[in-house]
Design a protein around this ligand. Structure first.
Ligand SMILES: [Zn+2]
Length: 448
């Protein structure tokens, strides 16, 4: 199983400088390839990534665009993986795009990367570096200090160096033997999880898990620092005589104070991201560790319907990350992830009698069904999702019968007929086949 460990690099200023230049090179080569692709396509040619790479290799040490002020090829100072990998990534991106277009799905071709707007990163092939305890030896710059040793034993496949605020990270991909990668679950429950804005997660057991506190105070600080930056941008606009939106291509002069405020703001963003990531990691690990099946909504329907703009974007980002982590952790714990269809009315169904309350509004946090049972909106939704998990498990023949029967008792009752997706499964006891994709007419199954 391919696992990735992202480790912070304790980099010296000279190393940071190399990392920035290598990431800049990767971005510039990417942009060169995208531009060349667009030019050749417009000219009626049929470009492909590998031909572009050949074309680039022919000019990279000679063309004036790639020479420094003393007409020396500056690419020689950067390890070649940084400027070769963009072609491999682009090849994949174009393949994906054309495959999607063929089946009529909307897709976007690879686009230009803009400095400061894209992720700064570059690639290292596994034969070009080694990890050595709490340090790593990288091409061109030698030994760098890491803040911790590599967590996983196994064959190192590749690594990516990337920047987050003012720190650089080394993400090492390791092929880990299943005997080590697979984890034992501590429980065999079935749980439905309702993700929301007020409580970050509500479980079908009735437990409500709140978003971490530091996030709230950090968000307040974020507003203050963003406002400070915005004031400086406004001042710069006023000085340049621009009112309204800034015309495309305009570069506002940046004051010394504006540049000074940039880093604290970026650091705060990074800190909030870390606090949130920590929370999501702990939540998703716990869900996979304690349950043999976890059901969540496939899309954050409620978040999308809600009007609170800021809350929406926060919840949405968190949701996709939660789903992503559940899916890869599920493989390690042998847990089944059931994604409720986006139209599955988890909030509106009465979990006691199965009646649908079509008039339920978003504001109603507590409601009473016509059968007389009062419901907490989120807990009710979580219970309905749990039913879906039960239904998916029944359909899922790969599960050991004994544990299935044991857990079915806890979720006896109606199994809603609406659809869900069953994700992939790799069981501890070694059953690893296509059973996760079984179709039974009710559940659309897909392997992720
Ligand atoms: Zn009812």
């Amino acid at each position: 199983m391919l696992l990735s460990h992202r480790i912070r690099i304790d980099a010296t200023p000279a190393q940071c400088d190399y990392f920035s230049r290598a990431a800049g090179t990767a971005r510039r080569v990417w942009n060169w390839a995208v531009a060349e692709w667009q030019r050749q396509s417009a000219a009626g040619m049929r470009p492909n990534a590998m031909a572009l790479k050949k074309q680039f290799n022919a000019i990279k040490y000679a063309h004036p665009d790639w020479l420094d002020a003393d007409s020396r090829p500056w690419l020689r100072t950067i390890h070649r993986d940084a400027h070769a990998q963009p072609f491999a990534s682009l090849a994949k991106a174009w393949t994906r795009y054309f495959a999607a277009r063929k089946v009529g799905q909307p897709g976007r071709p690879p686009r230009f990367k803009k400095k400061g707007r894209c992720r700064d990163s570059f690639y290292l092939a596994n034969d070009k570096f080694r990890v050595d305890g709490e340090s790593a030896v990288l091409p061109k710059i030698g030994r760098v200090a890491l803040t911790e040793a590599l967590r996983f034993p196994g064959k190192i496949m590749s690594a990516t160096v990337s920047r987050e605020a003012d720190h650089w990270f080394l993400a090492v991909q390791v092929e880990v033997l299943d005997g080590i990668a697979l984890r034992r679950r501590t429980g065999d429950s079935l749980v439905g999880v309702d993700l929301g804005v007020t409580a970050a997660a509500t479980l079908s057991t009735g437990e409500k898990i709140a978003a971490p506190r530091p996030l709230r105070s950090a968000l307040r600080r974020l507003r203050i620092r963003s406002r400070r930056q915005a004031r400086k941008v406004r001042a710069a606009k006023a000085a340049a005589g621009i009112s309204g939106s800034i015309p495309k291509g305009t570069r506002l002069p940046r004051s010394a104070n504006q540049l000074k405020g940039k880093h604290p703001l970026a650091r705060l963003h990074a800190r909030i991201a870390r606090v949130r990531a920590d929370f999501i990691h702990k939540l998703t690990t716990r869900l996979c560790r304690e349950n043999q099946a976890v059901a969540i909504e496939n899309l954050h329907v409620k978040g999308m319907l809600a009007n609170a703009r800021s809350a929406r974007s926060i919840a949405d980002v968190g949701f996709y990350e939660i789903r992503r982590q559940l899916q890869y952790k599920a493989r390690r714990y042998g847990t089944v992830i059931v994604l409720a269809d986006r139209w599955y009315p988890s909030s509106k169904l009465c979990s006691a009698c199965g009646q649908k309350n079509g008039t339920l509004t978003l504001a109603e946090r507590i409601w009473t069904c016509i059968c007389g049972i009062p419901h907490d909106r989120d807990v009710n939704a979580a219970i309905n999702l749990q039913r879906l998990a039960t239904g998916a498990l029944v359909a899922h023949t790969a599960l050991p019968v004994a544990s299935l029967a044991a857990t079915l008792d806890t979720a006896a009752g109606v199994v809603p007929a609406a659809g869900g997706e069953v994700t992939p499964v790799r069981y501890e006891h070694g059953q690893q086949d296509d059973s996760g994709q079984e179709k039974n007419g009710v559940h659309i199954c897909a392997r992720f």
